[in-house]
Structure formats: structure tokens, C-alpha cells
Design a protein around this ligand. Structure first.
Ligand SMILES: *Cc1c(COP(=O)(O)O)cnc(C)c1O
Ligand code: SF4
Length: 343
């Protein structure tokens, strides 16, 4: 890390106004990323993944929120492939949540009343700790041809009242494709709620365009947007103003985070994250204890530490800003509060 504080000011990088163009211009090379951030590549142990190894992907709009010269930047550490990823451990596996056995033509149901559609493989960014980083999207994406197979699957399950659009990131789809899918879902009398799980609003808030706002505002379904942010530095004015517009459509906005070693596993970072989310009209929802996915072992925070952090948050924050600390256990009928998973 540089000694002068002035060098830690984020850099204003030119970013495209259009989200598709921003994705085209996203950085895909670790050495290019480190050059932009004025970090000497010899100062940390990184590697450049080959194509089928979950490649580096990060848009410049997100890089501009990183601190130049800071090898420990919490945003950089989420996306830079570190050599530690290559450590293997028998408990860290490619399908940690047993999802392969569950996905059926892109529809995945683990819990009563709600099901998830894997709409696309594409994401605006590649997060190194992603629990679906090895997911075989080619075979399990509802969008391969059209929506009809996934919709037929949903028709067989009339007890489902909430459909979650997931991926990948569902906001990688065009507004036209999204509108098609939402219109189809609105025709089910059993479905009352549409939920979108997306990291776009944080990574590339330009994705929140007028047509998307109209889809949310005009849907006859109740709408919920669950974003994904792990650190207060991710949330800047561009995120706040996009979220304000989503909020104005009547959509409930929640956040899920992953507890990550060296990134947000301290009380100050977690407290600041909750406040920044609230400033952006977002309510903290889940704080996930890491899923044991191969390549992510170095992000794992001890359970005892996680529980202490949560106790600290409870003392510092109003109840509505304290996230639920959960571990996903395959086969359970909901996410499990961490303290219960340890009994
Ligand atoms: C996490 C998850 C949900 C949502 O669970 P909530 O507790 O309602 O947020 C739904 N379906 C699947 C497959 C999930 O993994
Ligand atoms: S945006 Fe979500 S699905 Fe995509 S790589 Fe990151 S954690 Fe995984």
C-alpha cells in the first residue's frame, strides 16, 4: 500500500452512459486492472484465469470506487483472482448447495411457496466467492430457447406464489425479454410476487433505466428487488439515485451480503454497510456465512467470529438495520440462522 493518503482517492474513470457498452468495456485482464489502480503486480499474489476457470470480469464503474494503490481494497479483493484460490480442500466443492440435483429446466425450488428461475448465465461482474462459480449454466438456464419450458414447470407447481429471477444476473437480460417473462408470470393466478436477485444496481446502476422502472411500476405483481453489496465503498451517489428511483416504483429493496475474510469481517465495515444501504433506500436482509465452494476457502470467516460480529451489530444498530446471519444447508426448507446451524 502507498503511504500517501492522497493516492487513496478513487479515480474518476470514463464510464459509458449505456450499460451494455459498459459491459463491453469491462476489464478482463488482471494486469490491466492493477495498472489502472497503480498497484505493482509484484505486491500481491494473483493469477490470470484461463477462459473456463471463471475469468476476471469487472466494469470500470466499479473500479472507479476502488482506492488506487491499496492492495487490500475491499472491492478489489472481491474480484481479483488470488493465488490462494488454487488451494484445494475436500470440504470446498464445485456444487456446495447440491443445486445440480434440483435444477429442472432452469426452475429450482428448495423452499415451499417460492421458486427460482435461472434466467441467464451472464453477470455484470465475477465475484471470486460466488457459490455458482462452477454452475453448469449451459444445461440449466431457462433462457436457452424461450421461457415456455420453465413456465410449464411452474404450472406443475401451483403452490408457488413467489417467483425469483436469478442467474447469473437476471438484469443481464434486455428489458424486452424481462417484460416478456413478467407478462407470462402475471397470467398465473397463483403467483403474487416477483422477486429479482441482482448485483447490477450496485455494480452498474445505469442498468436502472426508464424501461426497467416502468416494468417494476406497472407490474400487477408485488415487486421485490434483492441487491448484493458487501461493503459501504460500493455504494456511491450513482447507486443512491438509482435506488431512489426503484423505491419510488413501490418496490421493496433488500440487500444480501456475504461475510468475507479481509473484506467485511470487522464491526466497523458491517456497521457502515448497514448505514450506507439505508441511505440508499435499501434494507439489510441476509448476511450469508460463506458457502463452501471450491476456490473460495480463503474468504471463510470462523463461525464464532461471525456470531460475535452479529452480536456487536445488534448493540450498535436499530433492529431493522441488522441483517439475518444465515448459513445455507442443503436439504433444509429455509436458510438457517447460523446459531441454529451450530446446534
Ligand atoms: C435463497 C433461496 C430462496 C429465497 O429464500 P428466502 O429466504 O425467501 O429469501 C429461494 N429459492 C432458492 C432456491 C434459494 O436458494
Ligand atoms: S453477481 Fe452474483 S451470481 Fe454473479 S458472480 Fe457475483 S455473486 Fe455470483
Amino acid at each position: 500500500m502507498r503511504s500517501s493518503d492522497a493516492s487513496l482517492q478513487p479515480k474518476a474513470l470514463p464510464t459509458a452512459p449505456n450499460w451494455r457498452q459498459s459491459l463491453n468495456e469491462a476489464v478482463r485482464s488482471a494486469s490491466e486492472l492493477l495498472a489502472i489502480l497503480d498497484i505493482d503486480p509484484a505486491d500481491l499474489g494473483w493469477f490470470q484465469p484461463v477462459k473456463d476457470e471463471f475469468p476476471l470480469l469487472v466494469p470500470k464503474a466499479f473500479i472507479s470506487r476502488m482506492q488506487p494503490g491499496n492492495t487490500n481494497d475491499p472491492l478489489l479483493r472481491q474480484i481479483l483472482p488470488m493465488t490462494e484460490e488454487q488451494n484445494e480442500h475436500p470440504e470446498f466443492i464445485t456444487d456446495p448447495l447440491g443445486e445440480l440435483a434440483l435444477a429442472n429446466d432452469g426452475v429450482m425450488q428448495k423452499y415451499p411457496g417460492r421458486a427460482l428461475i435461472v434466467t441467464t448465465a451472464a453477470c455484470p461482474i465475477h465475484c471470486r466467492y460466488c457459490f455458482r462459480r462452477h454452475f453448469p449454466y449451459e444445461a440449466q438456464t431457462a433462457s436457452r430457447g424461450n421461457w415456455s419450458v420453465a413456465l410449464a414447470e411452474l404450472r406443475k407447481r401451483p403452490a408457488i406464489s413467489e417467483v425469483i429471477l436469478s442467474g447469473g444476473d437476471p438484469l443481464s437480460l434486455s428489458n424486452r425479454r424481462l417484460q416478456e417473462l413478467v407478462s407470462e408470470l402475471e397470467r398465473f393466478s397463483s403467483i403474487t410476487t416477483l422477486r429479482i436477485h441482482s448485483r447490477f444496481p450496485i455494480i452498474l446502476p445505469t442498468r436502472i433505466d426508464q424501461d426497467l422502472l416502468d416494468i417494476l411500476r406497472e407490474s400487477s405483481l408485488k415487486t421485490v428487488l434483492v441487491v448484493h453489496s458487501n461493503h459501504a465503498n460500493e455504494i456511491d451517489e450513482s447507486v443512491r439515485s438509482a435506488m431512489k428511483q426503484v423505491h419510488a416504483t413501490g418496490t421493496l429493496i433488500l440487500n444480501q451480503s456475504v461475510l468475507l475474510r479481509g473484506i467485511n469481517d470487522d464491526i466497523t465495515s458491517l456497521e457502515a454497510l448497514s448505514h450506507s444501504l439505508f441511505d440508499a433506500s435499501i434494507v439489510p436482509y441476509y448476511l450469508h456465512q460463506l458457502d463452501h465452494v471450491a476456490g473460495a476457502m480463503h474468504f471463510k470467516v470462523r463461525d464464532a467470529t461471525a456470531l460475535e460480529l452479529l452480536a456487536g451489530l445488534r448493540q450498535r444498530l436499530p433492529g431493522y438495520l441488522v441483517p439475518r446471519l444465515v448459513q445455507e444447508i442443503p436439504g433444509e426448507l429455509s436458510k438457517t440462522p447460523l446459531h441454529e446451524s451450530l446446534r
